[in-house]
Design a binder for this molecule. Structure first.
Ligand SMILES: *Cc1c(COP(=O)(O)O)cnc(C)c1O
Ligand code: SF4
Length: 459
């Protein structure tokens, strides 16, 4: 029998034509979008792209912010924000880039507004199990600003300032200036403190991987990037480093116009490559609206220079906890060569219960997201287990009670014996669970039940 193959026909159609809506992640906001903000209406592109202009015009006082948005939002919204700032335990800092990307026709719903501008009307009581340093970073700290929790990697908090201040910051115990509500631990950029860190890292041969964070690496001067980078590269035990910064999400123009900083970073990455060591940038996008045509230019410049970028998002209610928002974020990041690495369950932080979600939400989100795109662009959804357990895959709990919202994790590489509890926000629980938490006498029993069930599971 002769097998005849058709020649040069069109391929068989096995899928219907693509719905253009699924390609919306490629539509990046461009042009001079910032001119819609009255205060920036005369700002030309060269000025808006100047990182010094962005820093200088970042808003650090609630009164200034309220003033800047007076013509954009209703008096009711402004009064609400005023009450929000009064109660907020975080310092505030918002870049013109972020302010321009907020949709001021819908400020209550807007995903960027939610991250940076608190509203009195949205405040919820803190969870009764919340304590301030919920990650216990200070407990695993052999010297100020270094957390050595895992066997081969450590977290170096080089400084305590950021290009913006996020409402939901996990490090609100250290980051930003003192506010009415919180007195911070001091972690200034200080070479004496850093020397003690380098000395410790050199003394621990098991350490191979250092995360340089803060605060935020964007706020390190170029000579500090070089100094920290070279000191760590010179240690034979160190094989991997990451500079962590929210910068690309809130001020991408620095990558384009702060040549000295950019060259310092690329210098460390290049030197690392010649030493066969891996130096990367880790950033923190939470919503697709943070990625614009300016971000694309910044990412292109990093890609051309051989700097790889990974992303760690925080799961935030009303920002990225719905499937369409998370899908769009992951696809847009992938499109610009930003690898989605982690999505964190929101830590227990003061004053931001309105932003936390339940573990059940995260599990469903993960299910909906996996398979969407390449595995290396698919984030792992993690809980940073309160009490110092470190990051755990959200699915790996020993026990999870969806009614009381208590999940229990183990973390054998941190502590073989310990059990760690995470607590869902109470307002998102079923009515029966909310009723139990409403009775303070029940709290100990709720936790004991969960721990007992987890221990049964282990046997
Ligand atoms: C997150 C973190 C790290 C890095 O962990 P990876 O899972 O490798 O990204 C290291 N040390 C501490 C204390 C951390 O919180
Ligand atoms: S940039 Fe990072 S460290 Fe700084 S306030 Fe935001 S979440 Fe916290």
């Amino acid at each position: 029998m002769e097998l005849s193959l058709p020649i040069a026909t069109t391929p068989r159609t096995i899928k219907p034509p693509v719905d253009p809506a699924t390609l919306a992640h490629r539509d990046l906001v461009g042009g001079d979008f910032w001119r819609a903000i009255p205060a920036y209406k005369d700002v030309d592109e060269a000025t808006f792209l100047d990182h010094r202009w962005q820093s200088k015009h970042s808003i650090v006082k609630p009164e200034r912010l309220l003033e800047a948005i007076r013509d954009l939002a209703s008096p009711g919204f402004i009064a609400d924000a005023e009450r929000g700032f009064h109660a907020a335990p975080m310092s505030i800092r918002v870049s013109p880039y972020i302010l321009s990307l907020i949709d001021w026709s819908r400020p209550y719903e807007d995903a960027l507004r939610r991250q940076f501008i608190p509203l009195g009307s949205r405040l919820l009581p803190d969870h009764p199990k919340l304590d301030l340093d919920s990650l216990h970073e200070q407990e695993d700290s052999p010297t100020p600003g270094l957390t050595h929790r895992y066997p081969d990697k450590a977290l170096f908090l080089a400084l305590d300032t950021c290009p913006v201040y996020c409402r939901f910051c996990t490090r609100s115990y250290a980051v930003g200036s003192d506010t009415d509500q919180v007195e911070k631990v001091s972690l200034k950029a200080n070479s004496q403190r850093w020397e003690a860190v380098f000395e410790y890292v050199a003394s621990r041969p098991e350490l191979e991987d250092i995360v340089i964070s803060g605060g935020d690496s964007y706020n390190l001067r170029e000579d500090q990037i070089t100094m920290i980078g070279e000191r760590l590269l010179s240690l034979p035990n160190i094989r991997r480093m990451r500079f962590a910064t929210k910068g690309p999400a809130v001020m991408p123009m620095k990558i384009l116009t702060d040549d000295a900083w950019f060259r310092a970073l690329v210098g460390v990455v290049d030197h690392g490559r010649r030493l066969h060591k891996d130096v990367m940038l880790h950033t923190h996008f939470n919503h697709a609206n943070e990625l614009t045509a300016i971000s694309q230019r910044a990412m292109n410049r990093l890609t051309e220079a051989g700097v790889h970028v990974r992303n760690q998002s925080v799961l935030l209610r009303g920002v990225n906890d719905a499937v369409p928002a998370m899908t769009m974020l992951i696809k847009r990041m992938s499109y610009l060569n930003v690898h989605a690495y982690y999505v964190y369950q929101h830590d227990l932080v003061k004053g931001v219960e309105d932003l936390r979600t339940t573990v059940a939400t995260t599990i469903e989100l993960e299910k909906q997201v996996r398979g969407l795109t390449a595995g290396f662009n698919t984030p792992t959804f993690v809980v940073d287990a309160p009490g110092g357990g470190g990051k755990r895959d959200v699915h790996s709990f020993e026990h999870y009670n969806r009614e009381t919202g208590v999940s229990v994790y183990r973390s054998p590489n941190v502590n073989r014996e310990q059990f760690y509890c995470y607590f869902d926000p109470i307002d998102a629980l079923p009515a029966a669970g909310q009723a139990r938490w409403a009775d303070a006498n029940e709290h100990a029993a709720i936790v004991d039940e969960a721990l007992t069930a987890a221990k049964m599971q282990r046997r």
